[in-house]
Design a protein around this ligand. Structure first.
Ligand SMILES: [Zn+2]
Ligand SMILES: [Zn+2]
Length: 256
């Protein structure tokens, strides 16, 4: 599988973009920077977007990619997520107030976006990949994703989460897990803020990663660091021992 980093931060500045990743040019994971980070050709090539949860930093460019794709006459973009996430998108985002309902534009038979509800932990074929959503621990309904490619290897994406358990059980049962995209947001001294907002600090990240059977063998790509705390969080992560981590950068590209 090919993984491209479009945005990998927990905030935005001219040098930091909110979360969006693209797998094999057709499947995006979250939509924080799908239009600020992709040219229109790449936007048109996407077939589906997995939405981990409905927080604005993960959904915002669904608005602008829908607009662009509608004007280009693209096939419907499948917007996949768990029930609560899709309900929030329908009621509070594409609600004909904040933004038009692109599930009915230009018409309901040939819409710009099409919602696909994911049952937790049920494999669903999306844009040629077998996808499972796994519930994680955040302030609203939120999911991690396990994405399996054609050759049977898989990658996982944590979504926004603090300390959690079920995800590690699922990952421990994976036979060929090649990489984990894992959130970490705040430095250790901001543990209170991390806890109340459902995020990791390097300290809780280190403890959670050890719930995996062989954390030293699992390439772990860190993302969602808050720009204000970038260097501090990176320093604290670098001090964790016995793990296999690297901090993602914009435009990183991996073949996994
Ligand atoms: Zn969030
Ligand atoms: Zn977030």
């Amino acid at each position: 599988m090919e993984l491209r980093v479009i945005g990998c931060h927990g905030g935005e500045t001219p040098k930091h973009r909110t979360c969006a990743f693209v797998v094999d040019d057709v499947l995006s994971i979250d939509a924080g920077s799908l239009t600020s980070g992709l040219d229109v050709g790449d936007q048109a090539r996407l077939q589906a977007c997995l939405v981990s949860h409905a927080h604005l930093d993960h959904i915002r460019d669904l608005a602008t990619i829908a607009d662009n794709r509608c004007q280009m006459g693209c096939p419907p973009l499948v917007v996949a997520g768990t029930k609560g996430t899709l309900r929030t998108l329908q009621q509070h985002f594409f609600n004909n107030l904040v933004w038009p309902d692109f599930a009915a534009i230009p018409n309901r038979e040939h819409p710009t976006i099409r919602y696909l509800e994911l049952e937790p932990e049920q494999p669903t074929l999306i844009a040629g990949h077998k996808v499972r959503a796994v519930g994680v621990t955040h302030t609203i309904e939120a999911a991690a994703f396990v994405i399996e490619g054609e050759d049977g290897g898989s990658i996982a994406y944590s979504g926004d989460t603090g300390p959690t358990d079920r995800l590690w059980e699922v990952l421990n049962a994976e036979r060929d897990l090649r990489a984990l995209l894992m959130e970490v947001s705040f430095p250790n001294r901001e543990q209170g803020l991390a806890t109340i907002s459902g995020h990791h600090t390097p300290r809780t990240l280190g403890m959670d990663l050890r719930k995996y059977r062989a954390p030293q063998d699992l390439p772990t790509f860190l993302y969602h660091i808050k720009p204000v705390f970038q260097s501090e969080v990176e320093r604290e992560c670098a001090a964790l021992r016995g793990l296999n981590m690297q901090v993602l950068q914009l435009l990183d590209h991996f073949v996994l």
